[in-house]
Design a protein around this ligand. Structure first.
Ligand code: ADP
Ligand code: MG
Ligand code: MG
Length: 251
């Protein structure tokens, strides 16, 4: 599904290499997690995959079902089936959540050459998905993310994900304000959307999130590279002993 080979990335304005050859394969139906000490390049990886400005790819490749992602505009990546959870956390005064969601869904459909969803059809689908995810119907009417609590923003993110039906979801849980309840919401959302055809890459600074998500594969990133890959037990090892032992072992 997602294939990253020897990806090297530097800052555009500075002579600073951040990713120094990242290799990662996420298969359809699997949940991969990336953990690692602060500053190891986890967020940079997700930004580069999303097409955020300010980074320069100096080598390697990233493909989604063999399609080159790095050549595409961010909207094209979304149309190809990539979802990045932090792409839509902005507050948009005056724009109702429902309108925003419908615009995003139809933009994606248009880019794929599909017919737009009618207002009636959209309403039916969004209500059903909101119910499934235990999202209050009231939240659909409010302006996008305005005055949403941390937990509501997370719920909304999961709803966006459910509506866009991506092939590959990338979540970067950098929010240091993510409390246990919000963390559980993210985990429930991911678990609800886990299907055979969909891959997940969950980047997290909190090993606790992985207590709820149960990843298939765990990667440790340090100093711009994936330095160790293992099963869920790797997350437990980090939880119990921190990163020092793993980093010493791979050094
Ligand atoms: P992580 O998410 O693993 O904590 P980041 O990807 O945020 O790591 O950062 C990796 C390294 O790159 C850090 O040393 C960080 O300071 C640096 N970095 C990332 N983006 C920028 C930027 N826009 N300007 C300066 N330094 C940056
Ligand atoms: Mg950081
Ligand atoms: Mg980060």
């Amino acid at each position: 599904m997602l294939s990253i080979k020897n990806l090297q990335v530097k800052l555009e304005d500075e002579d600073k290499q951040i990713l120094k050859g990242v290799d990662l394969e996420v298969e359809a139906g699997k949940v991969h997690a990336i953990m690692g000490p602060n500053g190891s390049g986890k967020s940079t990886l997700s930004y580069v995959l999303s097409g955020k400005d300010g980074y320069e790819v100096t080598g390697g490749s990233a493909t989604l079902e063999d399609i080159d992602l790095l050549d595409m505009e961010p909207e094209e990546r979304a149309a190809a089936g990539l979802f990045l959870a932090f792409q839509y956390p902005v507050e948009i005064p005056g724009v109702g959540n429902m309108t925003f969601l419908r615009t995003a869904v139809n933009a994606q459909r248009k880019a794929r050459g599909e017919e737009e969803m009618s207002a009636a059809e959209f309403l039916k689908v969004v209500r059903a998905k909101a119910k499934e995810l235990k999202i209050d119907a009231d939240m659909l009417k409010r302006p996008v993310n305005m005055g949403f609590s941390g937990g509501e923003k997370k719920r909304n993110e999961i709803l966006q994900m459910a509506m866009l039906e991506p092939k590959m979801c990338i979540l970067d849980e950098t929010d240091s304000g993510l409390d246990v309840d919000a963390m559980k919401l993210v985990a429930e959302g991911v678990n609800a959307l886990r299907t055979e055809g969909r891959g997940f890459l969950v980047i997290t600074h909190y090993q606790r999130l992985l207590d709820h998500i149960k990843p298939d594969v765990v990667h440790i990133m340090a100093n711009g590279r994936i330095v160790k890959t293992g099963g869920p037990e790797l997350a437990l090892e980090v939880e119990n002993n921190g990163y020092a032992d793993i980093l010493a072992e791979v050094a």
